[in-house]
Ligand binder design. Structure first.
Ligand SMILES: Nc1nc2c(ncn2[C@@H]2O[C@H](COP(=O)(O)OP(=O)(O)OP(=O)(O)O)[C@@H](O)[C@H]2O)c(=O)[nH]1
Ligand SMILES: [Mg+2]
Length: 394
């Protein structure tokens, strides 16, 4: 019976996936690597030429027949391959990671699966300007709607390990997985709502390709939409399982609080965004007036002053209403407001890596307190009660 399979998800990452695969095999933890790849023909052929007995390269469309594109396809496809080949445990890793010694992560990612944990998410130190979707969307939403799991720090990371039987259940039963960037939210939230035990392990620093806030619109929309879809699904179930708290798994990796990479230039990011903030419209939700005022900012200084008010409490309240009154017609409006919150966080709340992490945890706690305060909390632990969501307007 084959044991551990590592899935590398890639699209046009050159032959980097092969060097990850070689390190994985060298580590002795992994029996087989499957690269689930969506690259152009030339890159795919280059990968294919480097196949070995233990490194297989498959097209991301081998098991998922669709004309759509997205990271979810790569992950579902790889998962189905590992399930078919009968592996006991499966790990996922992004194909754009270029750390020189990532092989040493693998034992810490796979071993906890032998200790009553069903799925382990990897967490890494990150630049204060990084992880803005996680910090302001996914983490506070988990804290609000799955409060027992509020401590999960990095629910969207692409690196995780999972028991194959659990992966099979998640991919093939109940609500179907998404094809795009929503896949990580899906795996995290569905594992939680199915009552599995989730752990999180800190693995140091990850080096990989990065995007600016402006390049994140599609990712934001898909991650947010998926979170809303999963929350609404969970609260529509006639019987809900209890969500288990997150197990923090210890590891020898030291927290790293300094970065060589230059931080995102927040001032430039503000200046290049001012024009798009002119597209802010009323949403008939709390704090419309605040965002209308920010819309009037014509330079960095006035943006700086006007955004001082977009604090944790305002954001958490707004996020709650985004979900309760969710409408796909407002996706761009959610995006502008999230971007303002992210810029505001970078400008007014953080100077150091530690501060960014403390504030992120504080915001998650505020999200879970908010739900308690408005009295929705009791209905969460009582599966006979449904939570009411407003009908989507199109
Ligand atoms: N198979 C496949 N892989 C994809 C697709 N889109 C992205 N990937 C891979 O998924 C991994 C993660 O994508 P990134 O673009 O690095 O996204 P990310 O690291 O989650 O986000 P950032 O933190 O913003 O960099 C990379 O290895 C990509 O090559 C796709 O459509 N198909
Ligand atoms: Mg990346």
């Amino acid at each position: 019976m084959p044991g551990n399979c590592l899935l590398i998800i890639s699209k046009n990452e050159g032959v980097n996936p092969i060097s990850i695969a070689e390190q994985a095999i060298e580590s002795g933890v992994i029996d087989k690597v499957i690269i689930s790849d969506g690259s152009n023909e030339e890159t795919f052929k280059r990968l294919k030429a480097k196949e070995t007995q233990k490194i297989e390269v498959i097209s991301e469309k081998k098991y998922v027949k669709t004309n759509e594109i997205g990271k979810g396809i790569g992950m579902i496809n790889g998962g189905l391959a590992a399930i078919e080949q009968g592996f006991e445990k499966v790990g996922y890793i992004d194909g754009d990671i270029y750390n020189p010694s990532m092989g040493k992560w693998l034992e810490f990612l796979f071993d906890p699966l032998d200790r009553n944990i069903d799925i382990i998410k990897a967490a890494f130190s990150r630049n204060p300007a990084d992880g803005q979707i996680t910090r302001h969307i996914t983490r506070p939403l988990i804290a609000m709607f799955f409060p027992n799991a509020w401590e999960i720090d990095q629910p969207l990371g692409g690196e995780l390990s999972i028991k194959t039987e659990v992966l099979k259940e998640i991919l093939t039963k109940g609500i179907a997985p998404p094809y795009g960037w929503g896949i990580d939210s899906f795996i995290t939230m569905k594992s939680l709502m199915y009552g599995y035990n989730m752990g999180e392990v800190y693995l140091g620093q990850k080096m990989h390709g990065k995007k600016t806030l402006t390049n994140l619109q599609k990712m934001f929309i898909e991650c947010f939409q998926e979170a809303v879809r999963m929350i609404q699904y969970f609260y529509s179930l006639p019987v809900r399982k209890k969500i288990n708290p997150i197990t923090m798994v210890s590891s020898p990796f030291k927290k790293n609080s300094s970065f060589d990479e230059a931080y995102m230039d927040v001032k430039k990011e503000v200046e290049r965004s001012l024009e798009t903030f002119k597209l802010i419209k009323k949403m008939y939700l709390p704090h419309d007036d605040l965002f209308y005022d920010i819309k009037e900012a014509n330079d960095f200084d006035s943006f700086y002053k006007k955004t001082q008010l977009v604090n944790v409490n305002i954001w958490v309240e707004l996020l709650y209403w985004f979900v309760k009154k969710y409408s796909p017609a407002y996706l761009d409006q959610y995006y502008y407001r999230w971007k303002i919150r992210s810029l505001c966080f970078c400008l007014h709340e953080i100077n150091t890596v530690e501060q960014a992490e403390t504030r992120t945890t504080f915001q998650a706690k505020a999200a879970s307190d908010f739900i308690t305060k408005i009295g929705e909390r009791p209905s969460i632990d009582d599966s006979s009660k449904k939570m009411y969501f407003y009908q989507a307007r199109n």
